[in-house]
Design a protein around this ligand. Sequence first.
Ligand code: GLN
Length: 380
Amino acid sequence: GHPVYRDMSTTIFEHMSARARETGAINLGQGFPEGPGPDAVLQAAADALLTRSSQYPPMAGLVELRTAVADHYARHQQLDLSPQEVIVTSGATEAIAASLLALVQPGDEVLMLAPLYDAYLPLVERVGGVAKLVTLTPPDWRITREALAAAITPRTRILLMNNPVNPTGVVLREEELALIADLCVAHDLIAICDEVWEQTVYDGLPHRPLMGLAGMRDRTVKIGSAGKIFSVTGWKVGWMCAAPPIAALLARAHQFLTFTTPPGLQWAVAEGLAYPDAWFADQRAAYQASRDRLAAGLAAAGYVVQPSAATWFLSIDLPASGIALDDVSFCNRIIDEAGVAAIPISAFYPTRPVTHLVRLCFSKTDRTLDQAIERLAAFR
Ligand code: GLN
């Protein structure tokens, strides 16, 4: 038959959202905030659509947005980027795809940490990369030098990682980032660091960009997402930042993927990135309150919840909650019997070493969270 690539199955997020639509379940599966998004940023987009051009913007993005991204990272993360080091993409997923297309040669080994975001492995394999996975396990998901070093060979070229981590809500510890940076320098690796959750870090924890560590400035591709920062996941505006020699390669891959990103949305995101610090702090505080509301409600209903320091997700520990189902069975049961959609953590591993955790999205209104808690309480 035809040489058809068979390993790109429908993502778990689309699968679960489709089932939630069919069944009318409350969707705590796929990660997206409830509601249309913050007024200010929606108004900025509406204004831009009416007053600015809707024709092709420059391929690498509007200079105003590239400048706004660089300024935002200088202000929030002490990075020193020039606008030329920022390429605007149609979402972070495109940035990941473009980075891999640009930087991986067939046969190159790509080091990744599991649990891993579900787009990584199919894309790495599709560009001809050889996946080398380091498997992390609960409860602390700790990264060790030994495990990383054991997975690196002379053919390793790229490290692809996520921090803060979806689905665990982990923020990598200082010493973990330091040893990652050390190994990247020692083995001359380029790090592609997906930092889309950088503005959803709670409990006063800072976000430390990998690019800011010693030796990493010119060997890191830093990926960001306006959808996450501004709670508008459908906008699909993202970016990738890298030193000029890498950025030039990234731009060439991007030009044949999407070429550009809607300019009205780029204008709005540029405006939003310049909001005062308090705006971002308020967003974080609201999401943190939602996290705490869901965690407390689930605990009161007898569920044991894993702590989450970041992202829009927390996890239920099934056996600790006295539930004798694996994660996939539990998700199938609660969507049909409780009317709540969730995501099994085993979907974030190519093999299923962890099958006892279920991810729930808490970026929802209090009313929706309370309803979901009530339904999950009744399911027990
Ligand atoms: N990032 C989202 C999540 O983890 C999913 C995005 C998507 O479905 N492409 O739920």
